[in-house]
Write a new protein. Structure first.
Ligand code: SAH
Length: 391
């Protein structure tokens, strides 16, 4: 079926298979998909007219039937530690944030998958913003496209090359709640005709939507990070309300299945935010080591990053060190995340973008079956009234 002018597809939304179908639909050969992807993702070109190997007739046809639409870059912030944060304006007036974190041997891009988030984790500032909508695959991919473009521009100014070697879905939103769009974006990230990233260098981070972890296992082959944050249900229920629906034992089982399926998947990364006096005791560390004994794991301790209105505090460094030592003594692999870009509010859990919250809780429950059984949190709740967006 020929797409009509009113519903011009945005070709950034389509992976190679989707593009092949699109070309077939407009009466063209499917191999045009890889030619187009070469222009868009390798050359950074998004003007059909400049795609010289497509032929004049086809270029005109593309302009008529499709578009290559990117969100608008609104603000770039540069941290003194080299971290970059970009605010991208999405259709509908909302904005999401994307962060680039340079390190000695790699460059990690942290991308968003939703405008806001439905999950309501008590220590996360994105949760304070409410939820507006899922991003399209194109809007997810656009963050990588833009980041590469901006880094290349900066390199031309400074002579210092910065490349994106890793992409993590650790920005705003829950990628597995936006499954189809997130996995289509992954397919473009991994495709040699797309961004050509290695599957070990693309990480989906989830708060633990168990059935979607199983679906992910069957759909794609990327690294999995799980936001655990607590070693038992009583505590995790307080921090990650989704735990009431998918408790730790079920979550760990899903992760075991994830690893069992493919030999290339070697470990699960567990994110554990260090909250002073909440989840950082010696006993918590011992319990954590115990529940992960039989799962090949990397534990990533994340010092809590405060935001306006939060009641939580970051664990002192000595406490974090002691917590790590207990885990290491029990044979765990542990890293402590260095806080980067906090002078521009680009650190974990500080990404807020601009979210026009359309999700009164009742509507949210209707639309997002996954989270429907989560009850509002009473204890340890951050004071929403005091929380002010600081994007
Ligand atoms: N929804 C997904 C993707 C977000 S990832 C998930 O939950 O995994 C963002 C990571 O930063 C998560 O591990 C999250 O729990 C953590 N985080 C959120 N708020 C934080 C804060 N204020 N300080 C430190 N880490 C935080």
């Amino acid at each position: 079926m020929m797409p009509t002018a009113a519903s011009k597809p945005n070709l950034f939304d389509l992976d190679r298979a989707g593009l092949a179908r699109f070309f077939t639909d407009i009466g063209e050969k499917p191999y045009r998909a890889t030619q187009l992807m070469g222009w868009v993702y390798h050359e950074g070109v998004r003007d059909f007219e400049a795609m010289t190997n497509l032929g004049k007739g086809l270029r005109a046809k593309l302009a008529e039937h499709a578009e290559l639409q990117l969100p608008e870059m609104q603000v770039e912030q540069r941290s003194k530690d080299g971290t970059r944060k970009w605010l991208l304006k999405m259709a509908g007036g909302n904005a999401v944030e994307t962060v680039f974190i340079p390190e000695a041997k790699r460059g990690t891009l942290c991308i968003s998958s939703q405008v806001g988030c439905t999950l309501d984790c008590t220590f996360c500032s994105t949760a304070q913003q409410g939820f507006n909508r899922n991003l399209t695959a194109g809007e997810i991919v656009a963050q990588v496209w833009y980041a590469r473009h901006m880094l290349a521009k900066e390199a031309a100014e400074t002579g210092r090359e910065r490349i994106i070697t890793n992409v993590v879905f650790m920005g705003m939103g829950e990628p597995l709640s936006n499954f189809d769009q997130a996995t289509t974006a992954v397919s473009i990230l991994l495709d040699d005709f797309g961004f050509g990233l290695s599957k070990r260098r693309v990480t989906i981070s989830t708060s633990g939507i168990v059935p979607r972890i199983d679906e992910l296992r069957e759909t794609t082959d990327v690294a999995l990070a799980v936001s655990l944050h607590a070693p038992n249900d009583a505590l995790r229920d307080q921090l990650v309300p989704l735990n009431k629906k998918y408790p730790i034992a079920e979550l760990l089982d899903a992760c075991r299945r994830y690893l069992a399926d493919k030999s290339q998947r070697t470990t699960i990364t567990w994110e554990y935010v260090m909250l002073d006096g909440v989840n950082d005791s010696d006993a918590n560390a011992r319990e954590l080591a115990k529940i992960l004994t039989d799962i090949p794991s990397k534990i990533n301790l994340i010092p809590f990053n405060p935001f306006p209105g939060t009641a939580f505090k970051r664990s002192p460094n000595a406490r974090i060190q002691r917590f790590a030592d207990i885990l290491v003594a029990r044979g765990c692999m542990v890293t402590t995340r260095r806080t980067r870009g906090d002078d521009i509010d680009a650190a974990c859990g500080q990404l807020v973008g601009r979210v026009d919250d359309r999700s009164r809780r009742a509507q949210r429950m209707e639309k997002h079956r996954e989270e429907a059984t989560i009850m509002p949190l009473k204890k340890m709740r951050v004071n929403r009234a005091q929380a002010t967006p600081h994007a």
